[in-house]
Ligand binder design. Structure first.
Ligand SMILES: [Zn+2]
Length: 285
């Protein structure tokens, strides 16, 4: 069966970078810039700085050595030798690119950082819903305080979900998208994980059994791990650090597909949590 890539119009409310796409960037940045220092920093637009001054951000980056690269949910965290952290969120359309030379500032360019080996780390974001800030450890902790556990970490268990979702009547998908329940899932992977677990996105979360939650947790970990191996899902112009697309869009089982690969039934498109949602009504209960 041939997978037809959805048009950008179909995806306008659907696609944004999720955990696998941010984790791919984290791993690449870890390999490329760890131990390097930022010789120059230029913040070009104020749209994503949430009130932090452009020169303040640049000043706190200039001269700093990259001592670690972390990720929390969809946030990328570049830890600097000053103990400050450069916090980056890709929003709905953000690309972070490693470039070999300085080009003239382009449209939608938000930041340009020059590394000590002459390469440039550049942030582009046409829609500008992302975030670029430099924060001290207390401010980073405060920004991330309400986030739920990492889905690939040990705190994310069936028992945890049962506790958080007990007697909740909200649909399963709504709670999977809620970053305070679990960090990093968005529209595409929520649909894929629910299909893999054979659970309906609109089922009340409190009515899911512990055994079903154990399956859901397992499937979430499987789907995310496979997507990370594929370097994420790419629609439209979302790219990795090197400007290349991921390949997981070729492995999607339910998201914007016509027929269910499991039962050959027709995939339905509905709205849950006010988001376009793909499901197989025959397989997902
Ligand atoms: Zn099916």
């Amino acid at each position: 069966m041939v997978y037809m890539a959805p048009s950008i119009h179909q995806l306008q409310d659907a696609w944004m970078p999720e955990l696998p796409e941010v984790e791919t960037l984290r791993a690449d940045l870890d390999r490329e810039i760890l131990g390097h220092s930022f010789m120059q920093a230029e913040v070009i637009q104020s749209r994503m700085t949430r009130g932090q001054g452009l020169e303040e951000i640049a000043h706190r980056i200039r001269g700093q050595v990259v001592r670690a690269i972390g990720r929390r949910g969809k946030f990328l965290l570049v830890h600097l030798s000053s103990e400050d952290t450069l916090l980056l969120h890709r929003g709905m359309s953000g690309n972070i690119l490693l470039e070999l030379r300085r080009d003239p500032v382009k449209e939608h360019q938000h930041m340009s950082l020059e590394l000590d080996d002459g390469r440039f780390l550049t942030v582009y974001d046409p829609r500008g819903f992302g975030e670029i800030r430099v924060l001290d450890p207390a401010a980073v902790a405060e920004r991330l305080a309400l986030m739920g556990p990492e889905p690939l970490g040990p705190a994310f268990s069936a028992e945890y979900l049962a506790r958080r979702w007990a007697s909740r009547t909200a649909p399963l998908k709504t709670l999977l998208l809620n970053q305070s329940m679990v960090a990093g899932l968005g529209n595409i992977y929520a649909d894929e994980c629910l299909w893999a677990a054979e659970l309906s996105p609109s089922r009340p979360a409190g009515a899911v059994s512990l055994a079903e939650l154990a399956t859901l947790r397992h499937r979430i970990q499987e789907v995310l791990s496979e997507a990370i191996e594929c370097r994420g899902t790419t629609f439209s112009d979302a790219m990795d650090l090197y400007g290349r697309p991921g390949t997981y869009q070729h492995h999607l089982q339910v998201f914007h597909r016509a027929a269910c690969p499991r039962c050959r039934g027709q995939i339905q498109q509905i709205r849950v949590a006010n988001r376009g949602t793909s499901l197989c009504p025959a397989c997902q209960r």
